[in-house]
Design a protein around this ligand. Structure first.
Ligand SMILES: N[C@@H](CCC(=O)N[C@@H](CS)C(=O)NCC(=O)O)C(=O)O
Length: 221
């Protein structure tokens, strides 16, 4: 399998797909492309055969192409068995699926105002009200998942799975923008951040030389 991803420092969708492939346990090669670099539009046109959606991430499995991070996770779940990604318990699984879908389809304000930037730390950021609402909603969901289903480990549903994969970029955003969170959330964020695969991704992000200026500015107050 081959996974095409964007800059590790900035591409949150790529992080989700990459963690999904890691979680599948299948071997894969990866190709990192410098999205939003000066030659990005030309690079996209030239790579039309391997990047048919014009966006990353994209997973190639022989002749099969899967684009979109959620489709990649689901494809891998179909291939190796959903237990690697989703809780066994039906009620927990219903909540995990809802949380992943909500992450995939919502939180536009948080995404727009606080883009992922793994290397960066801002101080004294005051986020607008609509971002605050997204943060409150996410913290409520994390609290509920941890309280109801988190007994088996430090992650949202105990062991590392789809929900942690999808919220991993949020963990990074909260750290980058210095978002104050309650103690239980700090513990959860630390568990995600210290996960071996996250540490591999972070190290690679730190080594990258690409800088996307539009994601380096502090959010407007
Ligand atoms: N919903 C898609 C979003 C993919 C996406 O927007 N990728 C961004 C990078 S994080 C991209 O490729 N942007 C480049 C462009 O639009 O030209 C997914 O989950 O994979």
């Amino acid at each position: 399998m081959k996974l095409i991803i964007g800059n590790k420092n900035y591409s949150s969708w790529s992080l989700r797909a990459w963690l999904s492939v890691k979680q599948s346990g299948l071997s894969f090669e990866e190709l990192t492309v410098n999205i939003y670099g000066d030659d990005w539009q030309a690079a996209k046109r030239e790579s039309d055969d391997i990047m048919p959606s014009g966006k990353v991430p994209i997973l190639w499995d022989d002749e099969t192409v899967v684009w979109d991070s959620l489709a990649i996770l689901e494809y891998l779940g179909d291939k190796i068995g959903r237990e690697r990604f989703w809780p066994k318990d039906e009620t927990a699984r219903g909540m995990a699926r809802s949380m992943v879908s909500e992450m995939h389809s919502s939180y536009a304000a948080l995404r727009q105002v606080c883009p992922m930037n793994i290397r960066k730390r801002f101080e004294g950021v005051i986020v607008p009200e609509e971002v605050r609402s997204d943060i409150v909603r996410i913290l409520q969901l994390w609290a509920e998942a941890r309280a109801r289903f988190g007994q088996g480990g430090p992650y949202l549903f105990g062991t590392f799975g789809a929900a942690d994969i999808f919220y991993a970029p949020v963990v990074s955003r909260f750290l980058t923008y210095g978002i104050g969170v309650p103690g239980f959330a700090r513990g959860y964020m630390e568990a995600v951040w210290e996960h071996d695969w996250m540490q591999q991704w972070i190290a690679a992000a730190e080594d990258e030389e690409w800088v996307i200026e539009q994601y380096e500015a502090a959010p407007a107050q």
